[in-house]
Design a protein. Structure first.
Lengths: 273, 285
């Protein structure tokens, strides 16, 4: 009789639809037959009808995720990360507009061919600012829907901020690389990247003390001051972007990452919008 | 739950605030504008800190950073006039908060979102944007997002404001249904409605009436005890009676004059209501 029990019978037993006699028979079989028990478990773990119904109605009734969220999940972000990064309609016209305006500005200041390679300095100074500016603008307090609710939520501020930086930064990077290519900057098209990353980490670390906008402003102003000192003091105005300097930026970015990592417990709960 | 909290933020100072609650029920914070209701709620929701004293949820001090993640996972917060981005869809707004607050995988999380949408009769609005909603429904979205989970404590700032009477009644009913499992701390300036909902009423004083512009707790007790403050002090007089100087009175239905303070001729002592107790506390009769 071991082989005689069908899935239908097991399912009927599971749902309590058998009469007393068959019920007892199946029960006895289950006591002695491990493979029948395994089959019963498999049946029991199948989704129940109301679960299926929920899935269907959820798929139909739920609005389609926002574009940014769809792109994020397609690029491999987890569903939850996509939701958090994308739920803020932060890629607003103002943000894109500001990005384009800066791109045009760096094209203008760097297009005077007479100056040779030196003309790239304008682009190289502006490009890192675009990166941190993008982060600040996209996630300034007013762009955060109901930011008090987000502050009071257990998901830490730092994690939230990093997911969003990951969502916004690629756009700024693409625009910058595009500008670099238009300028035919050769490898200078990406020489701004490491300084940009270092500045972004610095701004993120500061955001535990100041709002995101304030900390980016501080970092941005410091960057402009530093660059004007370097350019006026050095004979080679691109010195801050050549290979030895790139090493320095790489170290600065690593230190920034280390600080963020080291203080993550604190930052997690202290990050302000 | 709250112990000798001292808070100051900007213009508002709160001193010696103390009350406690246990599982479930509604705590209503009542008080005039500017008395620090919102300040207190924001501190309870871990949005701002407290200067001294402590706020505890189930024994955990919320000021302690190491407790914060745990405490925050217990709390739902509905600030006053929450503004989700106008272009955000209702479902997305709730699902966004659910992602922030609930440690659930997508399916269970969205099941919870639908449960709340159904509870607040918002299923039909799920795909509309927040900007398209009526004021009443927007208010419900705020309450619904705070109640997802459900949390151990929900902190609602003026959940009944800006609702027309009919929807206010329905929202009150939802709140008391939810209070069976969640402790709800709400600020309100609808004394009667809050008193009918609440298990514990906390009345904060006008800032000026206490030392150095600080607010403090005037009263903490049940709604019946709040009404009891007016025992023997509230009178009612037939239509056509004029009030005496120094009294505080108002006309009710059918022209009956009801008041506190010096009693005009023909007025009789009447059983007080919560609002009477509240007015007596605020006006110092």
């Amino acid at each position: 009789m071991t082989a005689g029990i069908t899935d239908e019978q097991l399912d009927a037993y599971r749902l309590g639809r058998l009469d007393a006699e068959s019920d007892a028979a199946v029960e006895e079989m289950l006591m002695t037959n491990p493979s029948a028990r395994t089959r019963l478990n498999a049946l029991a773990s199948q989704p129940r009808l109301d679960d299926l119904w929920f899935d269907i109605s959820n798929e139909i009734d739920r609005p389609r995720p926002a574009r940014l969220e769809r792109i994020a999940t397609r690029l491999g972000a987890s569903e939850a990360a996509g939701r958090l990064a994308g739920a803020t309609p932060s890629l607003t016209r103002a943000w894109i507009g500001a990005l384009c305006a800066l791109a045009v500005l760096s094209l203008i200041v760097s297009s005077d061919a007479a100056e040779g390679q030196g003309r790239f300095i304008g682009f190289l100074v502006i490009a890192p600012l675009m990166l941190i500016g993008a982060v600040a603008l996209a996630y300034r307090r007013s762009a955060e829907p109901a930011h008090e609710i987000a502050i009071a939520a257990p998901v830490g501020g730092l994690r939230l901020l990093l997911w969003r930086v990951a969502a916004v930064a690629p756009v700024a990077i693409l625009v910058n690389v595009g500008v670099g290519i238009i300028l035919r900057g050769g490898w200078f098209s990406i020489a701004w990247l490491l300084p940009g990353v270092a500045l972004t980490f610095a701004a993120l670390a500061l955001s535990a003390t100041y709002s995101m906008v304030k900390s980016t402003t501080i970092v941005g102003v410091a960057w402009i001051l530093l660059m004007s000192i370097v350019v006026s003091a050095a004979t080679d105005n691109l010195i801050a972007f050549r290979l030895p300097a790139q090493l320095f930026w790489a170290i600065a970015a690593s230190v920034g990452a280390w600080v963020l990592w080291h203080r993550k417990e604190h930052l997690e709960q202290a990050v302000r919008w | 739950m709250l112990d000798d909290v001292e808070l100051s933020r900007g213009e508002v100072t709160l001193r010696n605030v103390r009350f406690s609650t246990s599982g479930g029920g509604v705590v209503a914070l009542l008080g005039p504008n500017g008395c620090g209701k919102t300040t207190l709620l924001r501190a309870m929701a871990t949005v701002t800190g407290v200067d001294s004293g402590s706020i505890r949820v189930d024994g955990l001090d919320i000021a302690d950073v190491s407790n914060r993640e745990t405490v925050r996972s217990w709390i739902g917060y509905g600030p006053q006039a929450t503004r989700f981005h106008a272009a955000t869809k209702v479902f997305d707004a709730l699902d966004y908060v659910a992602t922030l607050r609930l440690p659930l995988e997508q399916r269970l999380r969205q099941r919870e979102v639908w449960r709340m949408l159904d509870q607040f009769e918002l299923r039909e609005e799920a795909s509309r944007t927040v900007g398209e909603l009526s004021e009443g429904n927007r208010q419900r979205v705020t309450i619904a997002q705070a109640m997802m989970g459900p949390p151990r404590v929900a902190i609602l700032d003026e959940p009944l404001v800006a609702l027309d009477p009919e929807i206010r009644m329905a929202t009150s009913a939802s709140i008391s249904a939810l209070a069976r499992t969640t402790t709800i701390v709400m600020a309100s300036h609808f004394v009667e409605e809050a008193a009918s909902l609440a298990d514990l009423v906390v009345v904060l004083a006008k800032p000026s009436s206490v030392d150095e512009g600080a607010s403090s707790v005037l009263f903490a007790g049940t709604p019946a005890e709040l009404a009891g403050v007016g025992d023997g002090k509230v009178w009612q007089a037939p239509p056509g009676t004029f009030d005496l100087p120094g009294s505080s009175s108002w006309r009710t239905e059918k022209g009956v004059l009801r008041g506190i303070g010096p009693r005009p001729f023909g007025a009789e002592i009447t059983p007080p209501r919560a609002i009477d107790g509240y007015l007596i506390l605020q006006r110092g009769f």
